[in-house]
Design a protein around this ligand. Structure first.
Ligand code: CAA
Length: 291
């Protein structure tokens, strides 16, 4: 049983994971580089829990109980007695491995470690730890409180027991697991990111503008969000790093990142989180296309 879970990284994904774990009755330690960041993460969780309560999905008592289960920290040693620690930091291999290097010596040898990476090799991340057999990929989807899927990705060394415990934990969070082999970007992003990248090529080549591309895919393929809105929602830096993992990991030019995506990231236009991407979110209630 996983009764105590640690989440490293209080961004979009880490707060979502902490949110669903606390709602499922699990004690959560949420850590980030500073208390300020961790507190910012908890405010976001509070806002999203109230959003669910206002829709009648959960009651106020549950909101308070869930918030009460979340402890904040700015030090990895706070995860010392967790049953499972899930890393949800930036999609950057060097950042992730440096977290594992600092984390492993300060947690119990029994603790399982998972990464929420959306694309990086689980086998390689596991090899950077002292416990490859207790390491697994647990890839949640954004927004975590709403999306039902978790991809479970065992690495080459992951023990059966680690997999079984992660599977039971996923089900306890009321999520549906899908098992993916450990190949670049797993299942969801192997399919989703080339689609988003192609939408950006469609924009780059002038086939359509931002609005027509998104409308076409919303109304023509019944996607809840158009691909460019979705790219902004995920973060253009994350989209680019996943495309780079596909391009390098599979050595196939069909995965080359669109130069326009590179340009947006270089400009710091990272989507919703930076206020501007394929849409500008700063100029009023309705996002304004930037092309
Ligand atoms: N926390 C809690 N509840 C949330 C929420 C959050 N962060 N975000 C949305 N909701 C709830 C809303 O309150 C609303 O609840 P009701 O159904 O009870 O009314 C419901 O979700 C729908 O939200 P909205 O009405 O605000 O807007 P919407 O109908 O446009 O839905 C959406 C929003 C769920 C995000 C939808 O647009 C959608 O499914 N988009 C696609 C998301 C997607 O593809 N995600 C995967 C990204 S890929 C990924 O994550 C993997 C990766 O590694 C990059």
């Amino acid at each position: 049983m996983i009764n105590k879970v640690g989440v490293v990284g209080a961004g979009q994904m880490g707060t979502g994971i902490a949110h669903v774990a606390a709602l499922a009755g699990v004690d959560v330690t949420l850590s980030d580089l500073s208390m300020e960041r961790a507190e910012g993460g908890k405010s976001l969780i509070e806002k999203n829990l109230h959003r669910q309560a206002s829709k009648g999905k959960i009651d106020d008592a549950l909101v308070q109980a869930a918030l009460g289960r979340i402890t904040l920290a700015d030090d990895l040693s706070a995860h010392g007695s967790d049953d499972l620690v899930i890393e949800a930091a930036t999609e950057d291999e060097a950042v992730k491995t440096s977290i594992f290097k600092a984390l492993c010596p300060v947690i119990s040898s029994e603790t399982l470690v998972a990464s929420n990476t959306s694309s990086i090799s689980i086998t390689r991340l596991a090899a950077s730890t002292d416990r490859p057999e207790k390491f697994i990929g647990m890839h949640f989807m954004n927004p975590v409180p709403v999306m039902k899927l978790v991809e479970l990705i065992p690495g080459i060394a992951t023990a059966d027991e680690t997999f079984e415990r992660s599977l039971a934990f996923t089900k306890a969070l009321k999520k549906t697991p899908v098992i993916s082999e450990d190949f670049p970007a797993f299942i969801v992003n192997r399919i989703l990111m080339p689609m988003i990248n192609e939408a950006i090529y469609t924009l780059y080549e002038g086939v359509g503008n931002v609005e027509s591309i998104d409308t076409a895919m919303r109304l023509g393929a019944n996607h809840p969000m158009g691909p460019l809105t979705l790219a902004d929602f995920i973060g253009l830096d994350t989209c680019l790093s996943i495309m780079q993992v596909l391009y390098e990991g599979l050595a196939d030019t069909k995965y080359r990142p669109c130069p326009l995506l590179v340009k947006y990231v270089e400009a710091g236009w990272l989507g919703l989180k930076s206020g501007r991407g394929f849409y500008d979110y700063q100029s009023g209630d309705v996002p304004v296309p930037t092309r």
